[in-house]
Design a protein around this ligand. Structure first.
Ligand code: AMP
Length: 281
């Protein structure tokens, strides 16, 4: 059965207050729609961890740093509702932009430090948009837990920090990246890849694995990264924004995986920006 689609924060508040009054726990899965198996894995985690599950679908204009990217972003609400039906969520919250950003909206939530490098350097203002909307969604849903993918590893770290720093009552839970059989991390943007580039896309994950293997064997990031970037360009990627090794907790730059580490990358293929990351060691 398809879940009720709630479009206003008033309707959402009615639902969540009822659940709260009954002593039920609430999980939220924030998404921008164009749902795929990665999103659905978060839904399943939320279903396991909470009595009630809300999926939010909101293409958040504040987290897009170019107008064309926002315009091109896939919007598939009917298909999304169908994909959610077998998962029996309790509500799908699809707010209009003015439900989130009413006229005169003037507040921004900004996490410093963690947002400085990686995607933060290449997408100015992106994480401020993410943390602002997540703070609002956590408060509007009164969720006990919010489920995020490790696919967007920096985002997971930033949102976790934000929830802790602001004493929000929502605990942020990270879930593993879901991939295609060929290794490509599922992403709503994958549908935008021109057909002729699709076969090259898994190179991003493959190269990350090769780099991780060499780092574990003791090589330094510098020279290995140089070769990795060349390999990606050879595979058809037009630009490599970054390949970086960071501590898994706190995203401190590392040259060797001397403590639990994450290797993260962003690169452009066929006019689409792909990101990926894996644990190292
Ligand atoms: P998005 O709709 O792209 O904003 O993503 C919504 C949530 O789904 C975020 O927490 C993402 O990290 C997560 N997500 C996206 N792709 C994947 C994936 N392949 N595996 C697991 N989670 C994902």
């Amino acid at each position: 059965m398809t879940a009720p689609i709630l479009r206003t924060k008033a309707a959402l508040r009615d639902a969540v207050l009822g659940w709260k009054a009954a002593g039920e726990s609430i999980g939220v899965v924030p998404t921008m729609g164009a749902l795929h198996a990665g999103h659905l894995s978060l839904v399943d985690a939320a279903k396991t961890g909470c009595d009630r599950v809300i999926v939010t679908i909101f293409v958040n204009p504040k987290q897009f740093n170019t107008a064309s990217d926002l315009e091109k972003y896939p919007r598939t609400e009917d298909a999304d509702a169908e994909k959610l039906a077998p998962h029996a969520v309790d509500a799908i919250y699809v707010p209009a932009p003015e439900e989130i950003y009413p006229e005169g909206f003037a507040t921004s939530v900004l996490v410093s430090g963690l947002t400085d490098g990686l995607c933060g350097s290449h997408r100015p203002g992106h994480f401020d948009g993410v943390t602002t909307v997540c703070a609002k969604l956590f408060l509007q849903t009164l969720a006990d837990r919010a489920y995020f993918g490790e696919k967007d590893f920096q985002q997971l770290q930033v949102v976790t920090r934000m929830a802790r720093d602001l004493d929000l009552l929502t605990e942020v839970i990270g879930c593993p990246t879901v991939r295609e059989k060929d290794g490509l991390a599922l992403s709503s943007r994958n549908v935008l890849l021109p057909l002729e580039t699709r076969a090259a896309a898994p190179a991003l994950h493959r190269v990350l694995r090769q780099v991780a293997g060499r780092l574990v064997e003791g090589e330094s990031l510098g020279p290995v990264r140089f070769q990795a970037e060349a390999a990606l360009r050879e595979a058809g990627f037009s630009e490599v924004e970054y390949i970086e090794l960071r501590s898994a907790d706190g995203l401190a730059p590392l040259e060797h995986p001397s403590r639990p580490a994450r290797l993260l990358a962003a690169a452009w293929l066929g006019g689409v920006r792909l990101i990926d990351n894996i644990a190292v060691g």
